[in-house]
Design a protein around this ligand. Structure first.
Ligand code: WTA
Length: 688
């Protein structure tokens, strides 16, 4: 082990002592083997799972070089399996039916429920039977728009059990976004819930889903069923707080509840079906459908630089091996651990590390419906104490938001059960890393800064908590099966120390296989820039010790609170407003969100830039994308800095957004004088 210094932290000895991988030597050996002989490495792991039929063709076949033909990746050719069977039946058959799969913890601390593997399996079979009765079959797409409740896990596994494909849309997206995604996937069924409290706020999911379904039917998408979980009658509503923080909840209570306090929903009997009623009429047994390993498991939409989201498609076999293995090694999971990932299942982190990774390992997890600051800022720590959580996984934006409240809300709780703390979503700044380590982890934990993407399916660069000495802010080294390179602009590989484009040289089992319905977009987005490599879109630096530091996106993508957005997506929402002629959105650093949106708008003739318009524009983005995408700043732009060929020079806008006059060379601009004008028009609140 290297000497521990202010910049280098050794794994906690309590983790190393029992770890699946407890030294860098062991990591290197395993990593070498995974690259030299993928079949031997992953073949060994397949033995832990149930395959109805074994591999008959090539274990791995692929083409990463677009100049040689179509890009494709195939693992475990000819094998058949079912991921739901491997998540549930396998454990129940092994006598673990009574083991807790999830401790569900509600938005309000008064609400909690325990769900075992056996109960989960029965409910999954019931929902699978309901879907089958509606004619949902192998390959059909089912959209899911739900809060963080056990029913969400049940729904996705039921879809997988019958060989259908789930498309989960995060419950913070707007009706427009939900409809766009349902249209793209041509989903024939939607599964949702009446509503949910998120902190003090009401999210009326069914109402939003109703609007989305109207948009879909206007475009001729026939949705056969909207299966609705009745959730509101089971949970505690926010109480009016003395400081008025639950105000939003109280307004909601007046408009969304009847006199008896029941939550009101509009009901269309031709599509709407209550979940509990449908489940009461069907059997709790349902045979799994045996699927080809390369059949699709799900699609999950992620932002694309053209503004139209891409349906990232994952397949069954490789994703299963990869999420199971990364979960086991990155968190060093052992029986008896209690694991808590705070991500919403609507994002990839929830897919891979709330549902599939943990269940494939037979783990016990906390499933949390609420937010970190409600009803108090110690909510995460309270939950960790309550369930004696040993492995905890959250995002830098949450860590930074909680750091603001100081150490006291953390120190109130006994967090001595913690052994591994994970981070995901964006580069973690060393200050947040150190606070996480010292205050939350009491300097007696291993931290894992896991780098990955919706597209990669699971962790691709990460420390291993029993083996890797960490440098705060570095995601460290590639996971098993992952072959990393850094390239310069011309595609030349940078060996040793240096900075460049982060790419991968060959497929790992969990990587995406295509963009749903648009294979060409898959090829051009990820494989065209550097033939022979998968291009992440991120930049990275390798230091003299070989550590990888991901520096962030190098395309027109921004990362708000760990959620990727494309500037094009935001701009196209803004220009839909009749007063806006043109818009440009850029990222501005933000102390909690990591980055926030700063937008420039050029108005159409005769419109003036007033507070009312600013509010309307913010609302436009919220309703087109979702509340999380709301811009922090909107400024008037009499013109945009464009090159003579008409390309917006975004780096200049990024400088203006932060009030930096060091513009660099702007001589190629068609009208350089616009830069000074824009600088003067910066909104007052942006100067803080
Ligand atoms: C960023 C989230 C640095 C990165 C799992 C990536 C990170 C994008 C890290 C994917 C990390 C995620 N360090 N950057 N540990 N984790 N990112 O698809 O820019 O929502 O490309 O997947 O988040 O975001 P996505």
């Amino acid at each position: 082990m290297p000497m521990e210094t202010a910049n280098m932290f050794n794994p906690a000895s309590k983790v190393s002592k029992i770890s699946h991988c407890s030294s860098m030597e062991q990591y290197k050996q395993m990593h070498d083997k995974s690259l030299k002989d993928p079949e031997a490495f992953w073949g060994e792991i397949t033995k832990e799972f149930h395959f109805e039929e074994k591999v008959k063709g090539k274990f791995l076949d692929y083409n990463f070089d677009i100049t040689k033909g179509k890009i494709f990746v195939r693992w475990l050719e000819g094998a058949k399996t079912n991921i739901c069977y491997n998540c549930l039946d396998r454990h129940v058959l092994a006598g673990k039916g009574d083991q807790v799969a999830f401790y569900w913890e509600g938005n309000d601390p008064a609400d909690a429920e325990v769900v075992t593997y056996g109960e989960l399996l029965k409910d999954v079979c019931r929902v699978a039977n309901v879907l089958k009765a509606k004619g949902v079959a192998k390959g059909d797409r089912v959209a899911i728009y739900m809060p963080m409740v056990k029913h969400l896990v049940v729904a996705m596994l039921a879809v997988a059990r019958i060989g259908a494909v789930h498309s989960i849309v995060f419950g913070g997206y707007s009706a427009d976004s939900l409809a766009d995604r349902m249209m793209d996937a041509q989903a024939s069924v939607l599964i949702t819930a009446d509503a949910v409290w998120r902190g003090p706020k009401l999210i009326a999911l069914k109402e939003i889903a109703d609007d989305a379904l109207k948009l879909c039917s206007a475009k001729d998408l026939k949705v056969k069923m909207n299966l609705v979980v009745q959730h509101m009658n089971k949970v505690t509503a926010p109480q009016p707080a003395s400081n008025g923080t639950a105000a939003n909840g109280n307004v909601a209570k007046k408009t969304h509840f009847d006199d008896k306090g029941n939550f009101k929903v509009n009901w269309d009997p031709s599509v709407d079906v209550w979940w509990h009623e449908a489940l009461s009429t069907v059997s709790s047994e349902c045979d799994p459908v045996w699927m080809d390993t390369e059949d699709p498991l799900f699609m999950l939409y992620t932002s694309g630089s053209t503004g139209k989201p891409k349906g990232v498609q994952h397949t069954i076999g490789g994703y299963m091996l990869y999420t199971a293995t990364t979960f086991k090694y990155s968190f060093d999971y052992h029986q008896g651990d209690v694991y808590f990932c705070t991500a919403d299942i609507g994002w990839i982190t929830g897919h891979s590390y709330v549902t599939y990774g943990p269940l494939l390992n037979g783990a016990t997890s906390v499933l949390f419906e609420g937010v970190p600051t409600y009803p108090h800022t110690g909510r995460f720590w309270e939950i960790i104490e309550k369930y004696k959580v040993s492995k905890f996984y959250t995002a830098p934006t949450a860590i930074r938001a909680l750091m603001k409240f100081g150490d006291e809300p953390v120190k109130k709780y006994d967090l001595s059960s913690l052994a591994v703390l994970g981070s995901v979503g964006e580069p973690i700044n060393p200050e947040a890393w150190l606070w996480y380590y010292r205050v939350v982890g009491d300097s007696n934990v291993s931290i894992v800064d896991t780098f990955w993407q919706t597209e990669t399916g699971g962790h691709v660069i990460t420390p291993l908590p029993g083996a890797t000495p960490c440098k705060p802010g570095s995601a460290c080294f590639p996971f098993f099966g992952v072959d990393v390179a850094l390239l310069d602009e011309e595609g030349r590989e940078i060996k040793g120390e240096g900075e460049g484009y982060l790419v991968f040289c060959r497929p790992w089992p969990g990587m995406m296989r295509t963009v749903y319905g648009n294979h060409e977009r898959f090829e051009t987005t990820y494989f065209k820039k550097f033939p022979g490599f998968y291009c992440t879109g991120d930049g990275a630096r390798r230091d003299s010790d070989g550590y990888i530091w991901v520096t962030g996106r190098i395309d027109d993508m921004l990362n708000v609170s760990g959620h990727l957005l494309s500037t094009a997506q935001v701009e196209s929402s803004l220009v839909e407003h009749p007063s806006v002629a043109e818009a440009a959105a850029v990222a501005r650093p933000h102390s909690i969100k990591g980055e926030c949106l700063y937008c420039f708008v050029t108005l159409t003739e005769g419109n003036s830039f007033e507070d009312k318009l600013i509010a309307e524009l913010k609302n436009k983005v919220r309703s087109k994308i979702g509340a999380f995408a709301s811009p922090d700043f909107i400024q008037l732009a009499p013109g945009l800095p464009k090159t003579r060929s008409g390309k917006i020079m975004r780096r200049v806008l990024r400088k203006i957004a932060v009030g930096d006059k060091d513009f660099g060379d702007i001589s190629t601009l068609a009208d350089p004088s616009i830069v000074e004008k824009l600088f003067e028009l910066r909104p007052k609140e942006s100067k803080k």
